[in-house]
Design a protein around this ligand. Structure first.
Ligand code: B12
Ligand code: SF4
Length: 482
């Protein structure tokens, strides 16, 4: 049955529940939407599950009072829980159900039809969800809510594109009070620091062909100012004693040298430690030195490949020369560096993979990883993969398994699997000598055990982890007591 009109009567006391079906990090998307809703006077609750297969009874208790429910979706394993929870809600509740997030944005038609949803909201959901809530509260039609897919005359209808949120000042701070941040705090066993993950920006000015970001947020970077970011860190430090922060922004401070230096100056005397992702072309001695001096412990660079041909295909706007320079500088200032390589792109050959190996050897990153290309939807390269025979999963749930999908049993490159496995080992094992050398040279041991455990085969690292747990439980116990 296709629902054309929501069945909620005028309800000034609308109860909104936003669900993240499965997450091990703070659910920033719905924490941002919840803040906007609350600021506009709506009752809103966040339900974020940190395990899979939550019992039906528990889910029904969590949505008991809700008459408007929003669910986050991303093209990753959490999608199977999103699908399961959606089916439960459709079966047992009359609440109006909205899907949002990256997966819903990339597949709005399919999502609406497959689950007979009332509404799919695409791109940034902050003000879209607010407009949906207002329409439901006032019992108005959804026609004027921009950025959604709904049913009209038994057909899928798109209400039109909504402008991206270019001014982050329009967004209140994340609704930390609606989640339990303690669920997302981890403790580094060497530094004993409590740590949490943060995302403080949206969008990216680059246009890499394998990336979803421009389709999702538009090709313009915007983010909170250095001062606002530090205010959030201070708040988390005051309230939960967190003093280590892992920034997962696609491009911190939009790659701006001056903003990064301002940020570093603001935290210089605070004794915080932190990590972030960065682009090799933004790495500069002055910036890296400032980052090192104010507690940056680790930088992740998405290097992808050592082959100029592949870097061009990826539209990375980087060259092997730039990559070498960035790692030399990062090693020189004494910040741990991680090099993320990918192989298996369309038309990639063994010769390209050999160039990647050569580059990996040259840059001496403290941690090196080689992953196989998975055509995640969202960029032009995905379209190319589809043209080359990548089978788009027919059911939404199959997207959850993309990571081990073996690219639809399709190798888009001419690199056989056994060659990939051989180079994966050769490249990733560089981590062990490199990270040990780095640790002793810079007296910096914070990530050493994690880097090594992550590199060893699972059977060995599991045994080592058990041993470490036995020996470190007294530390954990003491920390808990504190
Ligand atoms: C934090 C993060 C993670 C966390 C978990 C994320 C989570 N909470 O579920 C960790 C580190 C575990 C992770 C892992 C992976 N991730 Co990740 N991750 C991110 C990251 C960096 C930030 C997400 C975030 O908080 N953004 C900030 C908030 C404000 O934005 P947002 O979440 O998109 O929310 C906005 C909209 O989406 C929308 N919205 C969101 N929910 C809802 C709900 C409703 C109702 C509405 C209306 C709107 C709405 O409105 C929000 C506010 O505007 C994103 C990249 C990025 N910059 O967004 C990638 C990203 C989500 N990850 C991605 C991927 C592919 C992965 C991995 C599969 C990578 C891999 N190969 O292993 C793994 C999966 C691991 C696993 N086992 O599940 C992809 C997803 C691609 C896709 N098409 O969906 C992204 C987009 C990055 C990318 N490079 O393409 N990831
Ligand atoms: S991969 Fe990184 S740099 Fe490239 S477009 Fe995506 S977010 Fe920007």
């Amino acid at each position: 049955m296709v629902k054309e009109k929501h069945n909620i009567k005028h309800n000034p006391n609308l109860n909104i529940t936003l669900i993240h079906p499965f997450t091990i990090v703070p659910p920033f998307g719905i924490m941002s939407i919840a803040s906007v809703l609350e600021k506009n006077g709506f009752n809103v609750k966040i339900v974020a599950y940190n395990k899979e297969k939550i019992p039906v009874k528990q889910i029904l208790t969590d949505i008991k009072d809700a008459n408007l429910i929003g669910i986050s979706t991303y093209t990753m394993p959490m999608l199977k829980e999103a699908v399961r929870i959606t089916r439960i809600i459709k079966k047992y509740s009359n609440a109006l159900l909205v899907w949002g997030g990256v997966h819903a944005t990339l597949f709005p038609h399919k999502s609406l039809q497959e689950f007979n949803l009332e509404c799919v909201a695409i791109n940034e959901g902050d003000f879209t969800m607010l407009d949906i809530a207002k329409a439901v509260r006032d019992n108005k039609s959804f026609d004027k809510v921009k950025g959604i897919y709904v049913w009209k005359n038994k057909k899928v209808h798109f209400t039109g594109v909504r402008e991206p949120i270019f001014d982050m000042k329009l967004l209140p701070k994340y609704a930390w009070h609606l989640i339990d941040p303690r669920k997302y705090i981890s403790i580094n066993l060497i530094t004993r620091r409590k740590s949490i993950l943060l995302v403080e920006s949206r969008g990216c000015p680059y246009n890499c062909s394998f990336c979803y970001v421009n389709n999702m947020f538009g090709r313009k970077w915007r983010g909170r100012s250095p001062k606002e970011v530090v205010e959030e860190m201070d708040f988390l430090n005051r309230k939960f004693k967190i003093s280590h922060f892992d920034f997962l922004d696609d491009l911190p401070f939009g790659g701006s040298k001056s903003e990064m230096i301002t940020f570093c100056n603001l935290i210089k005397n605070k004794n915080y430690t932190w990590t972030c992702d960065y682009r090799v072309n933004c790495a500069d001695f002055e910036v890296l030195k400032a980052m090192k001096q104010c507690g940056c412990k680790y930088i992740y660079y998405g290097v992808e490949s050592g082959s100029p041909k592949i870097l061009k295909l990826l539209r990375k706007a980087t060259t092997p020369k730039m990559i070498i320079r960035a790692f030399d500088l990062t090693n020189k200032v004494g910040i741990n560096s991680m090099a993320g390589f990918i192989c298996g792109f369309p038309d990639e050959t063994i010769a390209d993979l050999k160039l990647t190996y050569k580059l990996a050897k040259r840059i001496k990153a403290t941690k090196t990883r080689l992953a196989k290309y998975v055509p995640y939807p969202g960029g032009d390269l995905y379209q190319l993969a589809v043209q080359r025979g990548f089978k788009i999963p027919s059911k939404t749930i199959d997207f959850a398994y993309m990571g081990d999908y073996k690219a639809g049993n399709l190798n888009l490159s001419s690199i056989p699997d056994r060659v990939f496995e051989k180079y994966k080992k050769k490249i990733e094992y560089m981590t062990i000598p490199n990270s040990i050398k780095f640790a002793f040279k810079h007296n910096e041991f914070i990530f050493l055990p994690y880097f090594i455990l992550d590199t060893l085969p699972a059977s060995i690292s599991q045994k080592l982890i058990t041993l470490i747990k036995v020996f470190t439980w007294p530390i954990k116990f003491l920390l808990k007591k504190k």
